[in-house]
Each structure stands twice: as C-alpha cells, then as structure tokens.
Design a protein around this ligand. Sequence first.
Ligand code: XLF
Length: 287
Amino acid sequence: MASIKELNYTPNVLAKSIFKRESSTVGLMIPNLSNPFFNQLASSIEANLLKRDYALFLCNTNDEPEKERYYIEQLASHRVAGIIASRPLCSKPYLDAKIPTVSFENRISEHTPSISTDNYRGGFEAFDRLYETGARRILHLTGPDIFEAVAERRMGFEDAAKRRHIVPQVIHFEQDFREDMLSVSLLNSIDWTGLDAVFVFNDIAAAFVIRHLNSMKIRIPDDIQIIGFDNSYIGRLLFPSLSTFEQSPKEIGLGLVETLLALIQGETEIQTEIRFKPKWIPRESTK
Ligand code: XLF
C-alpha cells in the first residue's frame, strides 16, 4: 500500500483486460444524439452501469449501418464485456463478434435479448384517444419503416383507424429528427387546414410540428390536436406542452443493463423479449 501511494500507482486496465480477455467496459450504440429521448436513455444506462462498476464506451451510430459495423470492430478490439445496441440496423456483425449483446428495439436475432415498448399498443391507443375527442381527419407523421418500433406504432394506429372505418393520412419522415431538417421542411407541403389531429412518431418530431403550427398561427389544440411518443423532457418545455405516451428511460435503461449483466455472467434463463407498457401522459396539446 505504501509503494502504491508513493509511486502514485494506478492499475493498467487495458493490460488487465488483455490478460483476462475481457474488460469492465460496455459499448453503447446510440442512433441519434440530437434526440432527447436517447440522451435520457444513455444517462440511465450510464448510471446503472456505474453502480455495478462498469464504464461506458459511447458510440454514436447516426442510424448508419456502416458506422455501426466500424464501432462493433472497435468494441471487439477493446475487449468490451458486452454491447447495448439501440435501434441496431445490422445483425450479422453483432453475431460474428460473439460479444454478449442486448438491443433496444430492432431485434438482432431471435436469441439476442431485446427490450422495447409495446409500440403497437401505443399507436392503437393514440388513434382511439383522438377519435374519442371527435377528431376524424387525422394525420400520422411516421418515421422510416426500418425502425421497428416506428413501424409498429403506425400499424397499431392504422388498425385502430380501420376498426372505425377511417383511412388516416400517413406521411413518412425519412429519418429521425436532425438539426438540418429545420431548414428544408417536409412540413411546408402539408395542408394543415384540413386536419383535426396529428399523431407524430416521437416527441422531438412533434416539437418540430408544434413550432411549425405556431408559426402559421394554427391553434393547438383548438384547430389541431397533437400527440407525440416518448415523454422525453422536451414535451414539458413546449408551448403548448405535449400530450404523449411515455416509454420510460429509467425502466428501459435498468432492464437493458440487468439483462446484459446476466448474459455476461453466463446465466441461461434469460427472457429474449421484454416489452414495457406505454403510459398515456395528457397535457395541453390535446382536448
Ligand atoms: O425508434 C423510436 C423512434 O424514436 C424510438 O423509440 C423513438 O421514439 C425515440 O425518440
């Protein structure tokens, strides 16, 4: 102990991990750092890992499979103990790397544990809630279908509409929200005057819609009601504040970390699909 103090010794974690063939670092793939939901999810995962003495290697994949493949190689060469892949867009590279992995949303394989929200149910309920307030001309602004959660929200929404004999309008954003979308906007091409309500695939995209409607002096919720998805903190900062469905980063982050650590420890009885219930959060943007 005296020598450790005197020499100001710190262990060489890298050397130790080469010797043990594994480190106490976990790789976290985040698909979009501009989206507040993913900030909150990353914070929750980091806090849960820290409590268990694991450090984080953060990889911003930008929803690009190329970057994802690059990071999988990096993580493998750093001998990470495991990977948490959010919204992964490739699967073979994860399976080839043979590192314990869990995903948030998009499934990597039927054996790779995955955690998500019951998105179908959220989409279904979003339609019903709007319908019950009298809205009939309803638009769904959805995202790319390669995001499984988003496709499920759309399917739930469309099935609920079909049950009421309504054909909703559906418009696709080509990607999750990015800052460059502020300049060239798909929103300019939509005829908002013919609508009673909009269900937007996530809160950050809904924030973008609220900003646009405010600039056009369209009153929310009197002229158009809006529902988002996530319950990320941005919904409370907006005016009017956003009604939404909550998927809890706390619950999801804890679930991802516990499942990954169980995998790392070699447990065999691991649930491969965990779904959390979305929770309705009514605020000012709906009636
Ligand atoms: O992938 C979906 C789309 O966006 C994810 O759950 C999110 O709602 C996060 O904002």
